[in-house]
Write a protein that binds this ligand. Structure first.
Ligand code: GLN
Length: 497
């Protein structure tokens, strides 16, 4: 039942406020259920109970403001994406009282299409992390096992989707932060091509790699939501944004697969082998390949991302943004104290690393080298895609880890980003998808494509989803149980269309 009703809504050619039947009339019941479930998960850190959407004809883009929505599909956004009048704290103490004065472009597009943003999700502070534990709101739990991490940094968005609280949520992906949490939580995650979604209103971590992405409960929603939030041509508010009118073919015949020989858990390897087998069974030409770029991808990423972070986060000085320290003796002292009290330890570590890398006299040793290797990664993938339509590889070397797992230190997690960061370093689209369940936990893989092949990737995932088992987490089942009346109402409304 669950599959059908949101699917029907999203596959209808016209998404109008009348045909969106997620929330309607009195939404108190809905919020009561998500609040109840959130007690265990801590996926949401803010609720937008005074929902406002715009009535719109999505096909003709003719938006008229409505005081409050009548019927609308709920969704959530990561706490580093701006929505006017809502907090924009990035899970940081430094921005804890900051309210956004603007809508991010992607948010304006979602509202124009009639969706309801019901709240903000938890994250690793400023997007730095792979666990959603580095947050002033405490950690988020994985709906498959609350003793485990939902991944990060968009872990709140992934947990909210995997718990059925929203059918999709936005996250941001600088080096895997949409794909890795989606995989840890057994749902789908799309990181679009660099610039395909406007970065206006996304708080910058590493501007040359950041992109807003989508985490969804069904693969088909990735494509639908992407078509709504992508830039139409260019966004004047983000000069790096661009999406062509004509995109590469959606045909997939030849698939390259990279299965690392070492440094990945056996179950991840087995999952990859299963995927290869399944693809072959239905006629794809699958070739296993070896790619040496993974030996240094994590190091390149850490150099570039920390360098950019140290520059981007310099704006958080306690003067323009952040809490001013009242006891400061001088302006330099004010900045120092505000940052010291405002930033968590992971952010401090990265800002300092970036400042070190950019120090005069050090550029040739680190930053320039990293940029050269980034070029090499781009070229390697470019030539790979002359022979293959898509590349499949792991997302992360392990399944979701326990919060008390000493094997997966923060450093080990950074190395674990190896497989995800290449898509960001090359600016290419990539999506993660669930493949199998081991020990009651999801295991997934990711698919990378040439520039602007979001539709090719998403259609491939839609067309192959039946090859793999699909499961709802125990919390999603709980959510559907509590909101069954609501679901029936929505189903009934759909029939009337
Ligand atoms: N886990 C990666 C990091 O810690 C990726 C973060 C992201 O994509 N925002 O940098």
């Amino acid at each position: 039942m669950k599959d059908d009703y949101w699917n029907t809504i999203l596959t209808s050619s016209r998404i109008t406020s009348e045909s969106l039947s997620g929330l309607h009339g009195d939404s108190t019941g809905y919020f009561n259920v998500i609040k109840k479930i959130n007690k265990d998960l801590n996926a949401f850190v803010f609720y937008n109970e005074n929902i406002q959407t715009r009535k719109v004809d999505a096909v003709h883009g003719d938006a008229t403001h409505a005081a409050s929505s009548t019927h609308s599909i709920p969704c959530a956004i990561k706490s580093n994406i701006a929505m006017k009048g809502m907090p924009l704290h990035c899970a940081s103490n430094l921005l804890k009282d900051f309210t956004s004065p603007v809508h991010a472009s992607a948010i304006a597009q979602l509202l124009d299409a009639g969706f309801s943003i019901v709240g903000l999700t938890n994250m690793d502070e400023f997007g730095m992390g792979s666990s959603t534990t580095h947050s002033i709101f405490g950690r988020t739990a994985n709906p498959w096992d609350i003793g485990r991490s939902p991944g990060g940094s968009s872990g709140g968005s992934a947990a909210a989707v995997a718990a059925g609280m929203v059918p999709f949520a936005l996250g941001s992906d600088t080096g895997g932060s949409v794909r890795q949490p989606a995989m840890f939580c057994g749902v789908w995650g799309l990181k679009p091509s660099y610039g395909a979604v406007s970065r206006y209103g996304l708080v910058a971590y590493s501007s040359s790699l950041d992109v807003i992405g989508i985490i969804a409960e069904q693969p088909s929603w990735l494509r639908k939501i992407f078509s709504i939030i992508k830039v139409k041509g260019r966004d004047p508010k983000d000069t790096s944004s661009f999406y062509p009118q004509k995109t590469p073919s959606e045909q997939v015949k030849k698939v390259a697969v990279y299965i690392p020989r070492r440094n990945i858990a056996e179950e991840i390897r087995n999952g990859m082998l299963l995927a290869v087998q399944q693809y072959r069974n239905i006629g794809y030409e699958v070739t296993e390949i070896d790619l040496p770029i993974f030996d240094y991808a994590a190091a390149v990423y850490l150099n570039i991302s920390t360098a950019e972070a140290s520059s981007n986060l310099a704006r958080f000085d306690g003067i323009r943004y952040g809490t001013r320290d009242a006891t400061a003796q001088s302006s330099a002292d004010l900045v120092r104290r505000s940052r010291n009290a405002g930033f968590g330890s992971e952010v401090k570590l990265r800002v300092l690393t970036g400042a070190y890398i950019l120090q005069s006299g050090f550029q040739d040793q680190y930053y320039t080298k990293a940029r050269a290797l980034q070029k090499h990664i781009q070229k390697t993938l470019l030539s790979l895609f002359k022979h293959y339509d898509l590349l499949i590889l792991p997302v992360f070397p392990t399944q979701s880890f326990r919060f008390d797992d000493t094997q997966l230190s923060d450093f080990a997690q950074k190395l674990g980003d190896t497989f995800s960061v290449v898509a960001n370093l090359a600016g290419l689209p990539a999506a993660s998808f669930p493949v199998a369940w081991y020990n009651g936990l999801p295991m997934g893989a990711q698919v990378v494509g040439p520039l602007y092949t979001e539709d090719r990737i998403c259609l491939f995932l839609e067309n192959t989803a039946h090859l793999f088992e699909h499961r709802y987490s125990p919390y999603a089942k709980k959510f559907f149980e509590h909101s069954s009346r609501d679901l029936q109402d929505r189903e009934a409304m759909m029939k009337d269309l």
